[in-house]
Design a binder for this molecule. Structure first.
Ligand code: PLP
Length: 395
């Protein structure tokens, strides 16, 4: 079955109890036992497992081509579970440019517990190789990275990990299985913040670990999920699964070049140096991303103080949800990195522009004040006799 079809069907089915074709939400925290104590449906208590979490995990397994999955209450909870499945004294190689919450877990939460981390430029396989030492157990890849959209050669880094006997984890939040297949490129585990593209609606926090093999390391992650209890509620699982149904409408097809996808980004000086994944020379396996980010000093011209693009630009913290969502501004916040273009202490902002389902307009006005379209997608709809009965271009 094609992945687009799996996104709609995997993990779902007709409800045997009622015949419902849409997946019901099972809020029950506990499940009836047989007189002999048996559990006829396999469910005991909803922290251990529940039907909606099972559905979501099955769907993620199918989409990523893995063997097992564990859903969590957030992407960060999933990250923490992977890293806690290691032991004090173990060493991790992680990217210098990664989601700041991941860096925080590695450095501030699990550092004092005894986990050691070397942060390297993951886009340089030589640097990764040099960072490996006797206690190294795991290599963490995040590609495209947040915030700088650096693209890592997954196959090259997983090759290094395999030769050194390390576990290779790939955070696939940004590309999603629609654009990037880390298991095909040698990864052992895939991390998702389902909060982002997979749910795609700004209304649910979630995470997941998908494993290529249901091995002993994954069992430790499963135990942390069940015992630690950082699990998503049945409703949240249902929301993520519902979001996944439209993933392929929201993600651009691999046939479109990143530049073409990016044409929907806002105009203005702040975007001139925008980072667009896939526009530098990138590693094997990268099939594109579709979000553009720019970093701009807030107090210099070009900082879009007013909402533009028909008021679609919002101020919001974190990665604005990339599913159907408007472009957003994250920040302003002080940059952790010195920026040569700005004065010392100047505040920088990350501007993030996901290309969602909104119709791409440029902000420029054409005849009659109508917004100028960036590209024309429409096609005339004709009857078999050739009579035009509609137009798919509603812009
Ligand atoms: C790449 C990446 N991984 C993990 C996370 C953490 O996800 P959550 O916010 O659901 O904890 C984020 C959040 O922005 C992210 O961008």
């Amino acid at each position: 079955m094609r992945i687009e079809t799996l996104a709609v069907h995997a993990g779902r089915g007709i409800d045997p109890a009622t015949g419902a074709v849409a997946t019901p939400i099972h809020l029950s925290t506990t499940f009836a036992r047989e007189p002999d104590g048996g559990v006829p449906h396999g469910y005991v208590y909803s922290r251990f497992a529940n039907p909606n979490r099972d559905s979501l995990e099955k769907c993620l397994v199918a989409l990523e081509g893995g063997a097992a999955a564990a859903a969590f209450a957030s992407g960060s909870a999933a990250t923490a579970a992977i890293l806690q499945a290691l032991a004090p004294g173990h060493h991790v190689t992680a990217p210098v440019d990664a989601y700041h919450g991941t860096t925080k877990i590695l450095r501030d939460v699990l550092g004092p517990w005894g986990l050691e981390t070397t942060f390297v430029d993951m886009t340089d396989p030589g640097a990764v190789e040099r960072a490996i030492r006797p206690g190294t157990k795991l290599v963490w890849i995040e590609t495209p990275s947040n915030p700088l959209l650096r693209v890592t050669d997954i196959a090259a880094i997983c090759g290094i990990a395999r030769r050194a006997g390390l576990i290779a984890v790939c955070d696939n939040t940004w590309a999603t299985p629609a654009l990037q297949r880390p298991f095909d490129l040698g990864a052992d585990l895939i991390l998702h913040a389902t909060t982002k593209y997979l749910s795609g609606q700004h209304d649910v926090l979630g995470g997941a670990v998908v494993a290529k093999r249901e091995d002993e390391f994954f069992q430790r992650i499963r135990n942390l999920q069940i015992a630690g209890g950082a699990v998503p509620s049945p409703f949240e699982c249902w929301l993520v699964l519902r979001g996944i149904s439209t993933l392929f409408c929201r993600m651009p097809g691999p046939e479109k070049s990143p530049r073409k996808r990016y044409r929907g980004a806002p105009d203005g000086p702040a975007w001139r140096n925008a980072l667009v994944p896939g526009t530098r020379r990138e590693g094997a396996g990268h099939r594109g991303g579709w979000q553009a980010q720019a970093i701009h000093p807030c107090d210099e011209p070009g900082w879009p103080t007013e909402p533009d693009r028909a008021s679609l630009l919002h101020r919001a913290s974190g990665l604005p949800n990339p599913g159907k969502s408007p472009p957003g501004l994250s920040g302003p916040r002080a940059s952790r990195r010195p920026d040569r273009r700005s004065r010392p202490g100047a505040r920088l902002a990350f501007l993030e522009s996901p290309a969602g389902l909104e119709y791409p307009v440029s902000g420029r006005r054409g005849p009659g004040g109508r917004p100028v379209r960036l590209w024309r997608t429409g096609r005339k709809v004709r009857t078999p006799q050739g009579r035009v009965v509609g137009n798919t271009d509603r812009g």
